[in-house]
Design a protein around this ligand. Sequence first.
Ligand code: AHR
Length: 325
Amino acid sequence: MKKVLAVIMILALGLLTAACSAPKENGQEPESVVVGFSQLGAESSWRIANTRSVEEAAKEYGFGLMMENANQKQAKQIDAIRSFIAYQVDVIAFSPIVETGWDNVLGEARQAGIPVILVDRTVESKDSGLYTAYIGADFYAEGRRAGEYLIRKADALGAEHMNIAEISGTIDSTPMRERQRGFMDVISRDARFTVVDSICGDFLRSMGEECMRELLNRHGRDGIDVIYSHNDSMTLGALTVLEKEGIDSGKEMILITVDGEKEAVDALKAGKINCVVQCTPNLGGDVMKLVQKLKDGEAVGGVYHPEEGMFCDFDDLTDPAVEGF
Ligand code: AHR
């Protein structure tokens, strides 16, 4: 009854994706499980691929999916979660744009008895019981990989000193915090490296361009040896500026980026980017697997990290395994 009510309300509001509105092969029964998914935005190719992955997985599992895209606004995510609670969805999945400010709304979901799966990013709270499970990348390990690459590169170049400028993702988001922390933990003990600036590009390509222009204004082309950018979209934006300025990225300036989208991997193969730390957007299958377990009454909990690696200019980039999403 609960599910039937949810499906009717969702259909009435026109919010349901194709995954839920398609009739099931064996009849007109509504889906037995409805998942409410609050996506944080569409800021990058990564995010778009991530949304697709969740939609496709829901379809594959035959779950109804009620999805709301918050266009980078935390308030919209809170509203979406409240609407999922009102519709009595079976499971709430959501990717929090930043880590803080979720206690009240997640407390309401708990009160309503709806399990919450965090997707991609996590939340910071004193209350450890606000969510059931977290599925997302180990962003700290990604930051460390970026730092380890830089040390290897500096060794190979015999560099005595390198000035690093960081283009960070959304302030207080999990990937921003952890990619920065992992990177700093690796490089800060090495006296060859100085972080001369850190500027926020909000994971957006347009902002990556702006940040790069600003960094060149502040430090000049000779004042920056390395760009560490928290995602490919911003890196590709920065690359446009470097190309316009005639700066030979990959040689004159080292570029380290995170995600692994096709355009960035192609730029790595072309020698314009030096290192691409992988972060997979394909989390949908793991999310729906957990939803299935919850449906089956199995115990679910903890943190799930997908396996990830790194591609860089020390690798054989002709290897067919070197490819982006
Ligand atoms: O949270 C994952 C990050 O968010 C990805 O690295 C980035 O591209 C996205 O916008």
